[in-house]
Write a protein that binds this ligand. Structure first.
Ligand code: MN3
Length: 201
């Protein structure tokens, strides 16, 4: 049985970059619905319903075919949003220091260049999806996924992700995805991303 995690801050905490109403709808309706649909789909699968969500997403080929797509979409939605809330903070933004900052420089060049690359991945993802920074075989990698797919499904460990579904920004920014992406960098919780980087290493 999967449960909707509480936000680690108040709905209004990410203002003015991400507005309170968007956060309430995004967490309380969108994420909550992914959790409900996932639990409903797994209700009759005794051997699957308590498998940890990220583990479940690495074994989609073992999920019965009649529920596989529902589990993929809603399980992905649950995992992605659970990460997304954590990697944001009211006192985020800026640049990472420490070993993560160093590894970003080693892999992509200066931080500004990395920021442009991840922003481009987010901007150019056609339709709904996500852009990611992941660890893949011990190396940092930028990618993007459609719908609620996640790098976890490819055996990678996402440590930072941006939701570019319209529900993540439409109320405040309407069609201007680029403005939302630019705003989002101000709330990135680098402490949490560093923690996930350390754990994945
Ligand atoms: Mn979303």
């Amino acid at each position: 049985m999967h449960t909707l995690p509480d936000l680690p801050y108040e709905f209004k905490a990410l203002e003015p970059y991400i507005d309170e109403r968007t956060m309430k709808i995004h967490h309380g309706f969108h994420h909550a619905t992914y959790v409900k649909n996932l639990n409903d789909a797994l209700a009759n699968s005794e051997n699957l319903k308590d498998v940890e969500i990220n583990k479940l997403l690495t074994m989609l080929d073992k999920i019965p075919q009649d529920i596989r797509t529902v589990v993929r979409n809603n399980g992905g939605g649950h995992a992605n949003h659970s990460l997304f809330w954590e990697i944001m903070s009211s006192d985020g933004g800026g640049e990472p220091d420490g070993s993560l900052g160093e590894e970003i420089q080693n892999t992509f060049g200066e931080f500004k260049k990395f920021k442009t690359m991840l922003s481009d991945a987010a901007k150019n993802r056609f339709g709904s999806g996500w852009a990611w920074l992941s660890l893949s075989n011990g190396k940092l990698e930028i990618s993007d996924t459609p719908n609620q797919d996640t790098p976890v499904m490819e055996g990678k460990t996402p440590i930072l992700g941006i939701d570019v579904w319209e529900h993540a920004y439409y109320l405040k920014h309407q069609n201007r995805r680029v403005d939302y992406i630019e705003s989002w960098w101000n709330v990135v919780n680098w402490k949490e991303v560093q923690k996930r980087f350390d754990e994945a290493k």
